[in-house]
Design a protein around this ligand. Sequence first.
Ligand code: NAD
Ligand code: WQD
Length: 341
Amino acid sequence: MTVLVTGGAGYIGSHTCLELLKEGHKVVVADNLCNASAKSLERVSRLAGGEEIPFVNCDLRDEEQLEALFQRWSIDCVIHFAGLKAVGESVAKPLAYYDNNLNSTITLCRVMERHGVKKIVFSSSATVYSGDNQMPLSEQSKTGSCTNPYGWTKFMCEQILRDLAKADPDWTVVLLRYFNPVGAHESGLIGEDPKGVPNNLMPFISQTAIGRRSCLSVFGNDYDTHDGTGVRDYIHVVDLARGHVAALDFLMKEKGEGVFNLGTGVGYSVLDMVHAFERANGVPVPYQIVDRRPGDLATVYSTPEKSRRELGWEATHSLEDMCRDSWNWQSKNPQGYESEE
Ligand code: NAD
Ligand code: WQD
């Protein structure tokens, strides 16, 4: 099968391209590199035994370029990762987020429809769940009441795709709600390379361990959790990538809409993560406790039961794997893809 992977040069996209190639699929990548490096795809290609990865440097809102892409390659289905994802930035620049994430999705679907390609997997997020749910979160848990524009873009894109599947029974739409992706491919050749100061915990931990940051700020230790720090469902990015391969099987067999959590079902606190990282890698992670970060919840974790049952997928990597592989990537590439080879 030939899969168009939008945002395929990014963190989760690059790992997914590799898993798709390993399973014998062909991939075509469209990415405007606004938050990625084309080096990631060179490395994916190397890891896949030199397999060629056609790459189109384009903004998904550019309908002409997308049209040309669909004319050039015979695409069977699309995995749509492309999007802006920084929560804080979305609060400061809501229009940029709504424009990029909604218009990319709408333009992509319009071109897909014109070419009779009506199968899409969409990168959604645990952030679409309302803050007042009981844990664990299942796909039935309440959504909406998002706390930032980024979250709303995911919520709205889900709705757009659902409406599309409702209007035309030939569409199949799979909405994958990721929890907290961390880690890297075990080779250390591809990984997460955030621009500027990382927003997320794991890249902050590994950049602190390598000395790029002096100290991790732990956002609050007075939550109602086992050690007072926030609890999340961290999932190894390779498990997440494999979840997409599993979703493709569903996409080809089923019609309509499928929504699935991709998490492990286990929650770890910020301090659990710090100590697991230190243990797995034998490096210190200096930290200080600071005020809570506005908008954070005490505890968020999934039940991945539906994905296990209906996609035949489950996470297999441990917390130690996540910490070891994050550090392997970080220590081999201290400045991310800009590091010398
Ligand atoms: P990423 O920033 O590494 O990847 C996104 C890619 O999309 C980047 O390569 C970027 O250059 C590209 N892109 C953005 N806007 C584009 C546009 N208009 N046209 C073409 N390319 C564009 O992020 P990621 O962590 O790999 O996330 C992938 C997807 O998964 C995103 O949609 C994100 O919202 C979603 N997601 C991520 C997380 C997470 O914690 N990493 C959690 C839940 C959901
Ligand atoms: C995890 C825990 C923080 C950084 C975000 C998005 C969500 C999804 C995943 C895309 C929390 C604590 C963090 C730091 C800290 N992304 N922390 N010091 O907030 O669960 O989810 O990324 O869809 O939409 O909101 O992830 O990694 O930012 O935080 O103490 O420097 O680590 O308070 O408890 P979060 P995170």
